[in-house]
Design a protein around this ligand. Structure first.
Ligand code: ZN
Length: 222
């Protein structure tokens, strides 16, 4: 049976996240929410992240500003700001937010050396982070209707798909219930586990997947 892990990046947003949380709740599903600094900037957004934790979802540090990919600015200051400042912000505002997971960003989900600098890997090691990658990016932000078919194609062909969606007001999340219905009809199991190939670091230890991911060209959704 193929498996699917749902991840939602760059949120939350007041417009899209509450309905995503309700859709998941109605189906008894859990997901990973990869949040960025501005998620914790307003009381409303902060409340949504707290809500995610209380509903049993996993929260991931997805950087403070989500602007320059870590590998594109190899300075220690950049790694400190994006990873450590976000980490402190999460600790200060969320209290216990679960195991430490980080997800890198940049270039629409392409895999490559732009995802990490040596300084950022050293920082993640120091803080004993695990690192979550992905293997399906249906580009829901620029294809708010068609992403469903693109994602289903990945779910059908891959043993375990780690899908990147965005809980942002692009309109894409309107099709989330339909997508989940189709996944259900295919007999695909939705799980909150992640396959080894999508974990680049576990509790600060680099995995075999790390070096492969940094040199591999994108394989899907192009
Ligand atoms: Zn992102």
């Amino acid at each position: 049976m193929n498996k699917l892990t749902l991840t939602f990046d760059n949120g939350p947003s007041i417009e899209a996240t509450p309905s995503v949380l309700d859709v998941l709740d109605q189906r008894g599903l859990h997901a990973w929410f990869c949040v960025i600094g501005k998620s914790l900037a307003t009381p409303e957004a902060h409340q949504l992240v707290t809500e995610m934790i209380s509903r049993g979802h996993r929260i991931v540090n997805h950087s403070l500003t989500h602007r320059t990919p870590l590998g594109d600015d190899p300075s220690d200051q950049h790694a400190q700001r994006e990873i450590v400042e976000m980490h402190s912000l999460m600790d200060d505002t969320l209290g216990d937010w679960g195991d430490r997971w980080f997800r890198p960003f940049g270039r629409g989900g392409e895999l490559g050396p732009h995802l990490f600098s040596d300084a950022s890997l050293a920082t993640l090691t120091e803080l004993s982070y695990s690192v979550l990658l992905w293997n399906s990016v249906p580009r829901d932000w620029e294809d708010p209707l068609g992403w469903v078919e693109t994602a289903l194609a990945d779910v059908i062909t891959q043993d375990h798909t780690v899908l990147v969606l965005h809980d942002l007001p692009t309109g894409a999340m309107n099709r989330l219930p339909e997508f989940l219905d189709k996944v259900d009809q295919l007999g695909v199991e939705i799980t909150n586990d992640v396959p080894d190939e999508c974990v680049l670091m576990r509790s600060g230890e680099e995995t075999l997947a790390l070096r492969t991911a940094l040199i591999e060209l994108p394989t899907s959704s192009n």
